[in-house]
Design a protein around this ligand. Structure first.
Ligand SMILES: [Zn+2]
Length: 302
């Protein structure tokens, strides 16, 4: 009995010396895609607590008291950044200085929020769109994000650095393969057909990476108060530029899209996953592959 206890002790000491017994880093995530990436980079040396879960709405989410309680024991809180989580200053105050909030998208190059409608007669407030927060629709951006997580994880738990480095490297390789696959799939869509009409303005980064022209109906935050003037303009643009299909969204109200389809007679594609929160696809890989397949099915030459 004593010998066994001694053996266990020696074994534990050895494992600890090798770093195999190092404590996993505890982090909280405010976006399902950040949770997925954290798990991929951190492997067994990270514990991810999902505050904003799949099925939620990233544009209208605010942490409740139970969420704050769940964040208490973590070292890092992973936010998507680029002003998506407008509640971050308040959250910072509530959590105090012991917990670091990492805005993963902060150092990722921004593109301006897409805006296609006529500004005449609209208030200045209405057309100050800032930057597009949906940076995660780009493979290159996700690679950057993996390296950012590797850095912040290593800083917080240097004893696990080898795991984080290997994780980040593996993610980068998988994403590279995924981008090659996407480029090959998309290559069957003629250049003049690469127009992506979506419900809300979430696909700017995707469009930039794969040579599409984005056109959105509902703006950045998926607001439902779209003006009839903007709908009429969208219909006119669709007719003029001979758009082949429009794409509704997993979370947006389909009414405006249905109206556009009725007026133009163009094809309604399958829904796209715009915010990475779909219950059936809330990892980057599942969201991205589903979106690419949906777009290629509707716009690919037949
Ligand atoms: Zn969005």
């Amino acid at each position: 009995m004593i010998l066994k206890a001694f053996q266990t002790l020696v074994l534990a000491a050895c494992m600890s010396a090798l770093g195999a017994n190092a404590e996993p880093l505890k982090v909280a995530s405010l976006h399902p895609l950040m949770a997925d990436l954290a798990r991929q980079v951190g492997g067994e040396q990270v514990i991810v607590i999902e505050i904003m879960k799949p099925g939620g709405d990233i544009h209208h989410f605010e942490p409740a008291a139970k969420d704050l309680a769940a964040m208490r024991g973590v070292r890092l809180v992973l936010a998507s950044g680029k002003d998506l989580e407008s509640y971050l200053p308040k959250l910072r105050d509530s959590l105090g200085s012991g917990i670091q909030i990492v805005e993963v998208g902060e150092k990722i190059p921004s593109i301006p929020a897409t805006c296609h409608h006529d500004h005449e007669g609209e208030s200045a407030e209405h057309h100050d769109h800032g930057v597009d927060p949906h940076w995660w629709h780009s493979v290159e951006n996700m690679k950057r994000a993996a390296r950012i997580l590797e850095e912040v994880f290593t800083e917080a738990a240097p004893e696990n650095s080898a795991t984080y480095q290997a994780g980040s490297k593996a993610v980068s390789k998988r994403l590279g393969d995924l981008k090659n696959w996407a480029k090959k799939e998309i290559s069957i869509i003629p250049r003049d057909q690469r127009q992506l009409v979506t419900a809300h303005a979430a696909f700017g980064y995707f469009c930039k990476e794969y040579g599409f022209q984005p056109l959105s109906v509902l703006g950045i935050g998926r607001a439902d108060d779209v003006s009839t003037k903007h709908i009429a303009q969208t219909i006119q643009t669709i007719r003029e530029s001979r758009v082949k299909a429009v794409f509704p969204e997993d979370q947006a109200n389909p009414k405006v899209m249905e109206e556009i389809v009725r007026s133009t007679g163009i094809q309604m594609g399958a829904p796209l996953i715009a915010d990475g929160t779909a219950k059936e696809a809330h990892t980057f890989e599942s969201m991205f592959t589903q979106n690419v397949r949906t777009i290629v099915t509707a716009l690919g030459s037949k």
